[in-house]
Design a binder for this molecule. Structure first.
Ligand SMILES: Cc1cc2nc3c(=O)[nH]c(=O)nc-3n(C[C@H](O)[C@H](O)[C@H](O)COP(=O)(O)OP(=O)(O)OC[C@H]3O[C@@H](n4cnc5c(N)ncnc54)[C@H](O)[C@@H]3O)c2cc1C
Length: 473
């Protein structure tokens, strides 16, 4: 079967665009190096028709199809299993910008476009495409849609879902759904677009998208704020939302331990609040369409009121673009700082903002009770109730001993998020890393509805099997 399929794929795409498992080794391990797969072939189709032809060839021989974008996903959703039965679909040749429509404020791009390129195209057209995340130099729009990526500007602009008006999708049967509508209003039945977004390649292959553009802000203002307690940061968030309105673009939390880790791992990097005693910090950004003066006045007014009401303990306001970039570098370096310090347990959870303080207090206490000495590196998108609640090994223990307790420790974190009305995956998806966990947190009704959707859209369970949902053969 595999030789026949390999030959068919070569006929469809040309031999130069079809590779064996050995030749495609660079695509077969996930970003964090936890999973490695095998494939019949890795293919690079040039256009949507070729994607559809590949899917039909795979369906005919019942070969599973795994679609991969930039392979920056953190749940190993784009890594095939080790059976060697799958075909890996790589959309790197599908990186064209199909249309820039400044009257409609939309951009239509193919799924293989790198996010940073899409941002650049929007900027060149005098617009903003606001999706922004640490992996933007290598992740693709297809992967952003597949995971419904969030990032640092969700507070103002929403997740990838909210930034998308239309999709073009190759279905599990190899048909093409031409849904590239640039409509902001379209109530014509079930929303297929929203089903495909966030489905991690398990319901269809997204080949292109029509995305929303926004005006480029005329001015941006950035500050790093210090808080005496987490509750103060939450209260200030409310105050800032009221004071800045929609102009509040980012509200990124960093614990004092995160800042200390950044200092340790990047001794030549920015060192704000060195020696400060506050336990929590937040990086906030305001985007303003009325210019520098307006932004500065709004900052002075809202921060001034916050000082008077004792909502913030200290503030460092960026006086230049360079200073603003230095503050953002802190947040951007968090992934790398943790990597340099050794592996830790990552939890991408969300809770209602009103539950953040209780979640952190409860979870910190439970972990210290069961795993004394573990160190928390908690940071993330407080404005979205999304925390990266990461836990490192006690200093008198080893990374290996700590990681061996992953299942037990993570269950406590996820149970706590669930008990506080939250989610066990805020923005990274389920992939294969969390696939076994859904049954614990979703009701039987919800899981059954999800399985029925999967069955309806992918009846042979050939699209990214083993990801998101466990489906019985
Ligand atoms: C340093 C760093 C920072 C990050 N920061 C953030 C962050 O702030 N917010 C956030 O949300 N994520 C973040 N991520 C995670 C990751 O970058 C995102 O999930 C991103 O959207 C994945 O895009 P990708 O192209 O790399 O997708 P991949 O990793 O290749 O794939 C991810 C999933 O999408 C599916 N998929 C890929 N292409 C398609 C397609 N065309 N059609 C259908 N499904 C598809 C895959 O099958 C897989 O299930 C970060 C990752 C890193 C390494």
């Amino acid at each position: 079967m595999s030789d026949a399929l390999f030959a068919t794929l070569q006929q469809l795409l040309g031999a130069a665009h079809v590779h064996s498992s050995d030749e495609a080794a660079q695509y077969l391990t996930d970003k964090q190096g936890r999973y490695t797969g095998q494939v019949i072939a890795a293919v690079h189709p040039a256009n949507t028709e070729e994607v559809a032809a590949v899917v039909r060839a795979c369906v005919a021989l019942k070969a599973p199809i795994v679609v991969q974008g930039g392979n920056t996903g953190l749940m190993a959703g784009a890594t095939p299993d080790a059976s060697g039965r799958s075909v890996l679909l790589l959309l790197d040749r599908m990186n064209r910008v199909r249309q820039v429509d400044t009257d409609n404020d939309t951009l239509t791009v193919e799924a293989g476009c790198i996010l940073q390129h899409v941002q650049d195209v929007a900027r060149a057209a005098g617009r903003l495409f606001p999706l922004s995340l640490g992996a933007e130099g290598s992740c693709t729009i297809g992967g952003n849609l597949g995971t419904n990526a969030g990032g640092t500007a969700v507070l103002r602009y929403g997740n990838t879902r909210e930034l998308t008006l239309g999709l073009e999708v190759v279905t599990a049967e190899g048909e093409i759904w031409h849904g590239l509508r640039g409509l902001r209003k379209d109530n014509t039945g079930y929303d297929l677009r929203d089903l495909y977004i966030g489905s991690e390649g398990t319901l269809g292959i997204i080949t292109a998208a029509t995305l929303k553009l926004f005006p480029q802000p005329l001015a941006q203002a950035t500050a790093l704020l210090a808080f005496d307690q987490l509750a103060q940061a939450v209260a200030f968030l409310s105050h800032a939302r009221a004071g800045f309105g929609a102009n509040l673009t980012a509200f990124e939390l960093l614990s004092a331990d995160c800042l200390a880790l950044l200092r340790e791992q990047f001794p030549d990097g920015p060192q704000p609040f060195k020696g400060a005693s506050q336990p929590w910090f937040a990086l906030i950004e305001l985007s303003d369409n009325h210019g520098e003066q307006h932004a500065r006045e709004a900052f002075e007014r809202v921060l001034g009121e916050a000082f008077e009401q004792a909502l913030i303990a200290d503030a460092l306001i960026a006086e230049s673009l360079a200073q603003s970039e230095a503050l953002w570098l802190l947040r951007e370096n968090m992934s790398e700082a943790q990597k340099r310090a050794g592996r830790n347990m990552k939890h991408d959870i969300s809770v209602p903002i009103s539950q953040v303080v209780a979640f952190v207090a409860h979870t910190d206490a439970v972990l210290q009770q069961h795993f004394p000495g573990v160190r928390n590196f908690t940071f993330g998108h407080l404005g979205d109730g999304n925390l990266h609640y990461n836990v490192a090994h006690p200093l008198d223990s080893t990374v290996e001993a700590h990681m061996a307790q992953y299942a037990e420790l993570s269950a406590m974190v996820h149970d706590s998020a669930h008990a506080h009305g939250g989610s066990i995956s805020a923005e990274h998806g389920i992939g294969q890393r969390k696939v076994g966990m859904l049954g614990r947190y979703k009701s039987a009704v919800e899981l059954d509805l999800m399985r029925r959707i999967k069955q309806a859209l992918d009846p042979h369970n050939l699209l990214n099997p083993g990801k998101v949902l466990e489906v019985q053969p």
